[in-house]
Write a protein of this length. Structure first.
Length: 102
């Protein structure tokens, strides 16, 4: 399994907008992709906003390509997400999952 990890920052009052966008747009799209295995969004309060770390789980790089295209290291950030984020990484990092509970 592969974890695709990406970070962004939203203002305190806009973090809910990003979470709603993820749940109603991104998650619906991801659930239609064969090889997608789930997601976690981690939240950390900062003095001037909220950092979100988005981790999506995939069976293979081919499954990731079905979502991200051939440039798998480039972040996929829809205009609706960009509108509520203060900043976001332009690239993602992929990790091999070497342990997961059964």
């Amino acid at each position: 399994m592969i974890a695709r990890v990406w970070r962004c920052v939203a203002a305190h009052e806009k973090v809910g907008g990003y979470l709603a966008h993820f749940e109603h747009s991104v998650a619906e799209e991801l659930n239609r992709i064969d090889g997608y295995r789930g997601a976690y969004i981690l939240q950390r309060d900062l003095d001037d906003g909220v950092e979100l770390t988005v981790q999506t789980l995939w069976e293979s790089m081919d499954a990731i390509r079905a979502f991200a295209g051939e440039q798998v290291d480039q972040a996929v950030v829809a205009p609706a997400a960009q509108a509520v984020l203060r900043s976001y990484e332009k690239t993602v990092t992929h990790y091999m999952v070497v342990y997961a509970p059964k």
